[in-house]
Design a protein around this ligand. Structure first.
Ligand SMILES: Cc1cc2nc3c(=O)[nH]c(=O)nc-3n(C[C@H](O)[C@H](O)[C@H](O)COP(=O)(O)OP(=O)(O)OC[C@H]3O[C@@H](n4cnc5c(N)ncnc54)[C@H](O)[C@@H]3O)c2cc1C
Length: 393
């Protein structure tokens, strides 16, 4: 046991110190509306309809949901938010959260945006990582076809090769800019192909230090073993391995598809099994930290506590560049700001993009923060607690 072993994640004074009273009241309003599942459901449909009819709802969304969960409409437009985070020692991972056009042109545009982020990040020490979604730069259908082992036409082969070329271009630039690079995980039906590409990148770019990070979703029963296998394959070539560890965001979709197509459900049987594998993966990383770097992408307090304890046991410095904690902007400030105040490396995913184009992202966050079985979200409860504390001062 260490002095760290009981982190006070209820310390709302630290969690919300970066927010003025007015900002906190605004967050409170946003969460109080999101607390009602039927409003979120109706609101999503109404907003989509209103936008389709060109009704002026953009301003309202921008001042509420968008302002809470996004940095701005562009990289530069997110600067004020990044500065506020940096003021509390919390770093930024700029996430272009626009679900772009699924076309070769759309993928090329995403590469250009990624290069802009990379060059911008170079000038800003508070941006340690760049990040990209595989389907932002290539067709999910094509990746799936490859995973199934189905033959490509020459034209498909060309488009498939282009996916790796795009990744390679962005990573080469990130490495030149001395920025770490994470590839998000999406659906299981093409993840093996993504893994292979990322290992190839690691063997090229992780020679001197771990720049390229693959993502493992520990809600999959295969992920822990996949991560260990990947680690062995990459480190056998003398290169560093690096992973972003998450639980996974597509559970329902994965289960529905498995049932529909009649294959084994790729998801763990219980939440507890996911939690256990998540922590097992953290322990593996820390045990192999000489050749392994990690970013724990989680809002789970127990997992953060566990990683902190593992670091202390192994004598790893809090600010060791090989260990990062990451949360989404507007969520789990009680974890991010607390850990940062204690000296750990913490970064927030800061989504950005034009309001109307980040709506799917905003609706997902709204759904995640509605009350479940009549119980308000943790975020809402903590904001209420902090408002009460400030009032009583
Ligand atoms: C910085 C950051 C980056 C992320 N990047 C990605 C990414 O690249 N790819 C991706 O898929 N997700 C990503 N996520 C989302 C992540 O996968 C989780 O959905 C989200 O963070 C909630 O999990 P949690 O660890 O915060 O904790 P918790 O709230 O404790 O866990 C909730 C999660 O547990 C799992 N779970 C819930 N119920 C069950 C059940 N019955 N059986 C099995 N498992 C269950 C699900 O994964 C669910 O999302 C990211 C999250 C963060 C914070």
């Amino acid at each position: 046991m260490t002095e760290n072993s009981k982190i006070n994640f209820e310390d709302t004074a630290t969690a919300f110190a970066h927010k003025s009273d007015a900002q906190l009241r605004k967050s409170h309003l946003v969460f109080s509306v999101m607390d009602y599942p039927f409003i979120v459901k109706a609101g999503t449909a109404v907003t989509n309809a209103a936008l389709a009819m060109k009704l002026p709802v953009k301003g309202l969304i921008k001042k509420t949901l968008f302002d809470h969960f996004c940095g701005g409409e562009s990289i530069e437009g997110s600067e004020e938010r990044m500065r506020r985070l940096a003021g509390a020692k919390v770093k930024t991972i700029l996430d272009y959260s626009v679900e772009g056009e699924a076309s070769e042109q759309g993928y090329d545009d995403a590469v250009e945006e990624a290069l802009r982020v990379s060059d911008y990040s170079k000038q800003h020490v508070s941006i340690p990582f760049c990040v990209i979604k595989p389907t932002g730069i290539g067709s999910g259908k094509l990746l799936e076809k490859k995973q199934k082992g189905e033959p490509f036409t020459p034209e498909e082969q060309k488009r498939f090769d282009k996916i790796y070329e795009r990744l390679d271009k962005i990573v080469a630039q990130a490495v030149k800019n001395d920025i770490k690079f994470m590839i998000d995980a999406e659906e299981t039906w093409y993840q093996d192909v993504v893994d292979e590409m990322v290992y190839r990148l690691m063997k090229t770019y992780n020679k001197e230090k771990p720049y390229v990070y693959n993502t493992y979703q520990l809600y999959r029963h295969e992920s822990y073993a996949n991560m260990v296998k990947g680690y062995e394959e990459v480190t056998a070539t003398g290169c560093y391995f690096a992973a972003k560890l998450v639980r996974g965001a597509y559970m329902e979709k994965e289960r529905e598809r498995a049932e529909e197509k009649g294959y084994r459900d790729p998801i763990q049987p219980t939440k507890q099994a996911t939690d256990e594998d998540y922590n097992k993966a953290l322990a593996f990383v820390i045990d192999h930290i000489d050749k392994f770097a990690v970013c724990a992408g989680t809002h789970n307090e127990d997992s953060c506590q566990y990683l902190v304890d593992l670091m202390a046991e192994k004598g790893i410095d809090k600010s060791d560049d090989r260990v990062y904690f990451a949360q989404l902007l507007g969520m789990s400030d009680n974890i991010s700001f607390k850990l940062a105040s204690m000296g750990y490396n913490v970064a927030k995913y800061v989504p950005y993009g034009p309001v109307e184009k980040v709506l799917p992202y905003l609706f997902r966050r709204a759904e995640e923060n509605t009350s479940i079985a009549g119980q308000s979200s943790r975020e809402y409860r903590l904001i209420q607690k902090e408002l009460k504390r400030r009032k009583g001062k």
